[in-house]
Design a protein around this ligand. Sequence first.
Ligand SMILES: Cc1cc2nc3c(=O)[nH]c(=O)nc-3n(C[C@H](O)[C@H](O)[C@H](O)COP(=O)(O)OP(=O)(O)OC[C@H]3O[C@@H](n4cnc5c(N)ncnc54)[C@H](O)[C@@H]3O)c2cc1C
Length: 385
Amino acid sequence: MEVLSVPPPSWMTEDLNMLQEQTRKFLAHELVPHLEEWHDKGIMDRSAWTKLGEAGLLCAGIPEEYGGAGGSFAHETIINHEFALAGLDSIGAPLHSGIVAPYILNYGTEEQKKKWLPRLATGELVGAIAMSEPGAGSDLQSVRTTAIKTGNGYVLNGSKTFITNGQHANLIIVVAKTDPTQGAKGTSLVVVETDETPGFRRGKKLKKLGMDWADTSELFFDDAKLPAEALLGTEEGQGFVQLMRDLPQERMIVATSAIGMIERALSLTIDYVKERKAFGKPIIEYQNTQFELAECKTEATIGRVFHDNCVERHLKKELDTTTASMAKYWLSDLQNKIVDRCLQLFGGYGFMDEYPISRMYRDARVQRIYAGTNEIMKVVIARSL
Ligand SMILES: Cc1cc2nc3c(=O)[nH]c(=O)nc-3n(C[C@H](O)[C@H](O)[C@H](O)COP(=O)(O)OP(=O)(O)OC[C@H]3O[C@@H](n4cnc5c(N)ncnc54)[C@H](O)[C@@H]3O)c2cc1C
C-alpha cells in the first residue's frame, strides 16, 4: 500500500524493513481476520495482547534487559504505521508500548522497571494512563484524584474517564495529587496493579462516535490501597515534569497513526474510483475525481515528509514540544479533511458501515481531541511565537 511518492525516511534500516514486513504479515494473519467480530462485540479479544507480545510487537523500543525488543522509537513508529495501514484504528497498543512503558523506563526505579516492563512486553500486563477526569481534561493541573501517604503506602481516591484500554488494563499509571494544596507541584504519577488493589473498580465501557472496539472506560478508586513503591520514581511532586517531558513522543504517536490512516484512505479510494462506473465510465476519469485525489495526495506527501522529519528529530532527541504539537495538530486535521474527501468519492457506499472508509471517518474525529486537543496544540505552538 505505497500510495505516496516519498523516499524512505532517513532513519529506515534493513532491520526496520524486516520489522515492517513481519508486522504486516502478522497483522494480516492474526488480527485483521477478527476485526468484524471485535467491531460487533465492541471490544478486542484480550488474547490479542498476548499474541502481540509473543510476536515481539509490544514494547519494541524497550531495552532487552527489561524484556523489550531493544529497538528505538523508529521501531514503534513502523509498528504503529502498520496498525493504521491495516485498519486497526482502535488498537491501544501504541499507547501501551509508546507511552505507558516509556514512563516506567524513563522515571521508574530499577526495581520498578524489572517488575513491570517484562510483563508489559509479553502482554501479561496491559497498560493504561489515567489522566482525564470528569472535571479535568485539558486542564490537568485541576485533577482531583488524590494519593495520600498513610503509614507505609498511599490511599487513592477519585475517578477517571475516557481511559484507553480501560477494560483490559491491569497496570494503570494514575495522575494524582499527593499534595492537594498544590497545583502542578503537588502532582505525582502512581502505578496501580489492578489485580492487587482493593478499592479499584472499572466503570462501563463508554459508547462512542468511533473507534468502536476500543475499550475506553471510566475507572474508580475508592480508598484504594497502594504500597509505597506504587509511586513512580522516588520523589513525590514530579508528575507534571514527567508528563511534560514525554509529551513529544505521545504527540508523534498520534501523528504516525494519522499519516498511516491517510495513506490507507487514499489507497482504498483510488482502488474504488477505478472500479466504480457512472455515466458509462469509471469515476476516476472525471476531472473532479482526479483533482480531488491529486490535492489529497499532494497534501498527504507534504504531511508524510514532515512526519518523517519529526521522527528523525525525535530519534536524535532534538524534537521540541512546539514541533511535535504542530505534527499532532496538523496531521490529525489533515486526516479528517482527507478522509472526508475520500468518503465523498464513495458516494452512498461511503456512508455504509461495512465500507472501511465510513469507519475511518468516524475513527478520525477523536484524533483532534485526545493526546491534547488541537486547540491546546495551538496554545503550545503560540508560546513559541
Ligand atoms: C476515545 C478517547 C480516548 C482517550 N484516552 C485517554 C486516555 O487513555 N487517558 C486519558 O487520560 N485521557 C484520555 N482521553 C481524554 C482526552 O485526552 C481528553 O478528552 C482531552 O484532553 C480533552 O479534555 P476534555 O474532554 O476534558 O475537554 P476540555 O478540556 O473540557 O475542552 C473542551 C473544549 O475547550 C477547549 N479548550 C480547553 N482549554 C482551552 C484553552 N486553554 N484554550 C483554547 N481552548 C481550550 C478544548 O480544546 C475543547 O475544544 C481520551 C478521550 C477520548 C475521546
